[in-house]
Design a protein around this ligand. Structure first.
Ligand code: SF4
Ligand code: SF4
Length: 407
């Protein structure tokens, strides 16, 4: 496994205080010990290590994703300085393409920021949870006021000034899928990266016997696939490609390394939801190479083994090639670390089976040739439950995965 991108935490604080935020509100308070902003001194270390990494692995493309907290809290000159220095490295490396993205809550976006994005060719993506009702339920400022109106205007501004608007939406099943889908159409967005909320087995708020997330996703998928004027939904495209065997589905993880404001290198930040200091590796970009992260137990699991070292249930699962155990954070339980299937397991079975069965209807010739039968959700669930009854705790990886537990 190699990295294709760095998530650069240029600000460790935020002008919002979203209740589901893993940075601030899910039990990890290490942000308090971080410098509020990444210092200019850090830029040289990051780029020096990037250059070394690119040369070692002969990368042709590499992305820098500016992230936070809220990345637009840092001054614009930081971006100008970073990209001017990165351009020099790019010139030295000759045949490498650097790309720049910023993941923002959108509240501060104005004409000046749009001009900077154009000037530096930074591609922004805005977090917006669809409708005012869904968005303002969680995405509030420090006084508890919803941020939807500001963010809605920011999306419109991006469309006007830079010609496109990519968005990220944390799924809120309390709002109807059709209402959410239509709200993004009204915003004329180009893409919506829908994310399943980052719950672990310890704080999962839904009934595990029900499949409310799958039911929501199935409805959204059917709306989307039947819409000739659909916008891009990376989650659906990734699963379709995986089911058609076009590319491996990577759960959108494992190719991105996080660098904190003080230069600490970490596995993906969503794992902060597993507990205080959980992602800390003791490594820093000033003294370590990027690959060193794999010497830390969590770094090794996340970057090398997260789709192969699975619990017994997942190892026997007939759809593990597509599901891969779900996202790592969703497998976590304090009692036994990652030695669990995803907390969304039943949802994933139902949702993946639904897409597969829709594809069989859409591309019958492809599936007839391969002799593929429709998937039956109940059969898969029953099969996995039987395995679970027999082999509980006997996975060859059980000990290794349970190491991350905290009891
Ligand atoms: S905008 Fe992002 S970083 Fe800020 S509180 Fe919300 S989820 Fe957290
Ligand atoms: S569907 Fe469930 S058992 Fe199968 S791989 Fe995914 S999480 Fe594991």
């Amino acid at each position: 496994m190699q990295f294709d991108a760095l998530i650069l935490k240029v600000a460790s604080r935020c002008n919002l205080n979203c209740s589901y935020c893993f940075m601030y509100n899910l039990g990890d308070t290490t942000y308090k010990g971080q410098p509020k902003f990444m210092s200019y001194d850090m830029i040289d270390s990051i780029l020096e290590k990037t250059k070394k990494y690119i040369l070692k692995y002969n990368k042709k493309e590499f992305s820098f994703i500016f992230h936070g907290g809220e990345p637009l809290l840092i001054d614009k000159d930081f971006y100008r300085t970073f990209i001017a220095k990165a351009n020099k490295i790019q010139d030295e490396l000759k045949d490498v393409v650097f790309k720049y993205d910023v993941q923002t809550n959108g509240v501060l976006i104005d004409k000046d920021w749009c001009a900077l994005f154009r000037e530096l060719q930074i591609y922004p993506s805005i977090s917006v949870d669809g409708t005012k009702k869904a968005h303002d339920m969680f995405r509030v400022d420090h006084k508890g006021n919803g941020s939807y109106d500001n963010v809605f205007n920011a999306v419109k501004l991006l469309k006007n000034k830079i010609g496109y608007a990519d968005t990220v939406c944390v799924i809120n099943i309390k709002e109807e899928p059709l209402v959410i889908y239509e709200s993004f159409k009204k915003m004329q967005v180009n893409s919506v990266n829908f994310l399943i909320p980052d719950f672990t087995h310890d704080n999962y708020p839904f009934d595990t016997e029900k499949t409310m997330m799958a039911d929501w996703l199935v409805t959204l998928f059917d709306i989307w696939i039947n819409d000739p004027d659909r916008y891009k939904i990376p989650m659906f495209i990734g699963l379709i490609n995986s089911l058609l065997g076009v590319v491996a589905h990577d759960n959108n993880e494992s190719t991105v390394l996080v660098i904190e404001t003080n230069g600490e290198i970490e596995a993906i930040d969503s794992l902060k939801a597993c507990g205080h200091g959980f992602t800390k590796s003791g490594m820093n970009v000033q003294s370590n190479d990027f690959s060193d992260i794999k010497k830390a137990p969590l770094g090794k699991l996340y970057f090398e083994d997260s789709t192969t070292k699975l619990c017994d249930k997942c190892l026997e699962c007939p759809i593990k090639e597509v599901c891969k155990g779900g996202r790592l954070v969703h497998r976590f339980k304090k009692e036994n670390g990652f030695n669990n299937p995803s907390v969304y397991c039943k949802d994933l079975i139902k949702f993946i089976a639904h897409i597969q069965n829709r594809l069989i209807i859409l591309f019958p010739e492809l599936y007839t040739k391969e002799n593929v039968d429709p998937m039956k959700t109940d059969e898969i669930t029953r099969y996995i439950n039987d395995v679970h009854e027999k082999d509980l705790g006997n996975s060859i990886y059980a000990e290794e995965l349970s190491y991350f537990g905290q009891n």
